[in-house]
Design a protein around this ligand. Structure first.
Ligand code: CTP
Length: 410
């Protein structure tokens, strides 16, 4: 399967500045991920970075040239650093050493990277990595304070084991987190900037006794993909999660819940100041009428055993009531998991739950629905328009859902 490119990164000019730190090798992975996501990645290595890792590695993963200080003095190109800096949509410097932080804080420009950073017009993310003592040093802290004040984005450092063997604050955050952070920074001015979107994901679990529950096959993948895509477009996202073991998209406010009742309370509260709710969670419709205080035991002659179930709250119904009462959230989008009569059943849910859009999902198909990475959905709008989509990745479905949401928000 080919990895999805990420629309946010498509043809974006991203410069990766690599300084001389032991973590420099990890940046090859970031260069690779960004390139796969569709970005045009140019790498600039400082002189000391080349002691740890060479330009060939970066050129191989980015498919573009990796530059060193030798390129600063080339005369076949007109001032390459100014061009590079000016056209960059984003500059990420990782690992950012104490030395480079000091240079940037004081506007020094004595190598290709620092010159490029001075010429850059786009946002700059600095990912510090150094020994804990160097990080906590008053000089470094003062430099970081200056950089922060000037609008540089500082990511990390993290607490953990450093190359010296000591545990402390100074460890470079991992490339996956850098990628997530870059999405927040790059997406900040997107179409959903200043919007608050609530997304629910995963399945609820209804306890029967202290060790058992009623659950469902939802993995949370579709809801998490929607949350990430909304962050890519600049939204403030609250992600309300039932059972799901996926990493939280960077920047999302995650609230973990267990039961339908808890999810209902969390969703209603989060929606009080939200612009939209996208309800992708698979909510249990029934819960045990009585929660056994102790593990239910079988006896010698237990053959049949019945559990009495009662209804859980219908969250979207409750949201509809709240919307009628206080106008929040103005837009609600639901999902419909069906195994038969997809359009008919989904349309009935759309009407009953007062939705603006329903994303109907044939969960009986092997390549769509639960746990897989692909989905085949049909959009049904409140006005009655039916739009079947082709089989696509859940990330792509997420983008299409947000395209519709943006239209609905007007
Ligand atoms: N949903 C909800 N509260 C519930 C059950 C479902 O808010 N107690 C939401 C789901 O998150 C989804 C939509 O309602 O967005 C439709 O869910 P689905 O399970 O397909 O339908 P149900 O409402 O359970 O209806 P049915 O039992 O007829 O399938």
């Amino acid at each position: 399967m080919t990895m999805d490119t990420i629309p946010l990164f498509h043809n974006k000019n991203i410069i990766l500045g690599v300084c001389g730190g032991i973590a420099a090798y990890k940046i090859a992975e970031l260069a690779s991920k960004l390139t796969q996501a569709g970005a045009l990645v140019d790498v600039i290595l400082t002189e000391s970075a080349t002691k740890f890792v060479g330009p060939v590695t970066f050129a191989a993963v980015s498919g573009r040239s990796a530059l060193t200080d030798a390129d600063l003095w080339r005369h076949d190109q007109h001032v390459p650093h100014v061009q590079l800096g000016e056209k960059a949509d984003l500059l990420i410097i990782a690992p950012a050493t104490a030395n480079t932080l000091a240079k940037l804080a004081h506007g020094q420009a004595d190598n290709l990277l620092s010159v490029t950073a001075l010429a850059a017009r786009g946002p700059i993310i600095l990912v510090p990595a150094m020994d804990g003592g160097m990080w906590s040093n008053a000089a470094t802290q003062a430099n970081v304070a200056i950089l922060r004040e000037r609008g540089f984005h500082i990511l990390g450092p993290a607490l953990g084991r450093m190359a010296s063997g000591l545990i402390g604050e100074g460890r470079m955050v991992e490339p996956a987190e850098m990628l997530g952070y870059a999405r927040v920074v790059l997406g900040a001015k997107g179409q959903l900037a200043k919007r608050k979107i609530v997304v629910s994901a995963g399945g609820t679990q209804e306890a029967i006794d202290p060790v058992r529950f009623i659950g469902n096959r939802s993995s949370g993948k579709q809801g998490f993909a929607i949350a990430q895509a909304a962050i890519d477009r600049g939204a403030a996202v609250t992600l309300i999660v039932g059972a799901a073991t996926l990493p939280t998209p960077y920047g999302a406010k995650r609230i973990d819940v267990e039961t339908a009742q808890q999810m209902c309370e969390a969703v209603l509260a989060a929606c009080r100041d939200a612009d939209a709710l996208i309800m992708a969670a698979a909510v249990a419709d029934f819960q045990a009428a009585q929660l056994a205080a102790h593990k239910i035991k079988k006896t010698q002659d237990t053959v049949d055993f019945a559990i009495q179930l009662t209804r859980t709250p219908d969250i979207l119904q409750a949201v509809k009531d709240q919307k009628e009462a206080i106008g929040k959230p103005p837009i609600t989008i639901g999902f419909a998991a069906e195994t038969q009569n997809l359009i008919e059943n989904a349309t009935a849910k759309l009407t009953r739950k007062g939705l603006d859009l329903i994303v109907a999902n044939d969960v009986a198909a092997a390549d769509a629905g639960f746990a897989v990475d692909t989905n085949r959905v049909t959009f049904i709008g409140a006005g009655g328009g039916v739009e079947p989509l082709a089989l696509m990745s859940k990330a792509q479905v997420a983008e299409r859902v947000l395209d519709r949401l943006i239209k609905l928000l007007g």
